[in-house]
Design a protein around this ligand. Structure first.
Ligand SMILES: NC(=O)c1ccc[n+]([C@@H]2O[C@H](COP(=O)([O-])OP(=O)(O)OC[C@H]3O[C@@H](n4cnc5c(N)ncnc54)[C@H](OP(=O)(O)O)[C@@H]3O)[C@@H](O)[C@H]2O)c1
Length: 263
């Protein structure tokens, strides 16, 4: 099996490095096409993959991961017009529908995946949709590819863009919240590195508890808010500051932007 990554930036690079590390992909069977010569050279040096700014001979490639920005997708799809029938192509691009992708390269077996950057540390969240009956037999194979970088959920395509705005962009939101918590620590007099470590480990631990227990987050929150206590006082002040509505509005603004870019 020969795999081609087109694009190896924040997202493609995370999946590529983790899959190579886990030995799920072998460097000699892995091709990477990027825009800049320097990046291609670094990929070759760091991972030993076949990296270039030009596409390889597509007749030998069985699976393609499209990890370029939605804005450059049209130009990349034009270059894939002649892939052999049955090539599996997985697009990571937000906002570009499977019917648009399949219309551009109809002989391919199409999937859309919406991962996130914690894929780089094996803690990614990937939502996956197969295009039509012809793709279904290959779903297990594609799920396996993404399980190397974390958890995979098979979803309806109508949910993919919502998940792009929630979990795809989510690490960005989490880093802002983490930074803000650390700032609060510094404001109270904590050294910056200790404040960041405490904020990061707290977010990691809370996420792990929610995932492992399967409890509703409100139940977990209730467990740490004793009546008349300190944590509920903190939460009340955050709610007054619009924490929840800011998160709602942020996720919806992300979805609106993704819809704009997909047009
Ligand atoms: N970042 C995320 O958190 C995230 C989450 C979910 C989904 N996605 C989706 O993943 C895709 C990639 O996003 P990203 O954040 O990884 O973008 P990125 O960091 O900007 O990386 C884009 C990659 O595409 C390469 N590239 C640009 N033009 C190209 C061309 N014409 N031919 C071949 N390669 C080309 C770039 O090459 P150089 O390295 O040489 O510049 C770079 O490696 C997007 O469609 C996005 O919607 C991203």
């Amino acid at each position: 099996m020969q795999t081609l990554f087109i694009g190896a930036g924040a997202m493609g690079g995370a999946i590529l490095s983790r899959s190579l590390q886990a030995k799920k992909l072998l460097p000699e069977n892995t091709y990477v096409t990027v825009k800049s010569e320097e990046h291609a050279y670094t990929l070759l040096e760091d991972f030993g993959v076949n990296a270039s700014t030009q596409l390889p001979d597509l007749s030998t490639i069985t699976t393609i991961i499209l990890a370029v920005k939605p804005q450059v997708m049209k130009c990349v799809l034009d270059q894939l017009k002649d892939v052999p029938e049955g090539t599996i192509i997985i697009s990571l691009a937000a906002g570009i529908t499977l019917s648009t992708l399949s219309a551009a390269v109809p002989q391919a077996i199409w999937f859309r995946a919406m991962p996130n950057t914690p894929a780089a540390v094996g803690a990614g969240m990937t939502a996956l949709t197969a295009y039509g009956e012809q793709a279904k037999p290959y779903t297990k194979q594609v799920v396996k590819l993404f399980e190397v970088v974390g958890v995979v959920s098979i979803v309806e395509e109508s949910h993919l863009d919502c998940l792009s705005a929630l979990s795809g962009a989510g690490p960005g939101y989490m880093f802002v919240i983490m930074d803000a918590l650390a700032d609060a620590g510094v404001r109270m007099g904590l050294p910056r590195d200790l404040a960041i470590k405490a904020a990061a480990q707290t977010m990691y631990g809370a996420g792990k508890m929610a995932v492992e227990s399967g409890e509703h987050p409100a139940v977990l929150r209730d467990q740490v808010t004793s009546p008349g206590g300190t944590t509920i006082a903190g939460i009340a002040a955050m709610e007054k500051g619009g924490l929840r509505s800011a998160l709602h509005d942020g996720v919806l603004a992300c979805l609106a932007r993704s819809n704009e870019l997909g047009k």
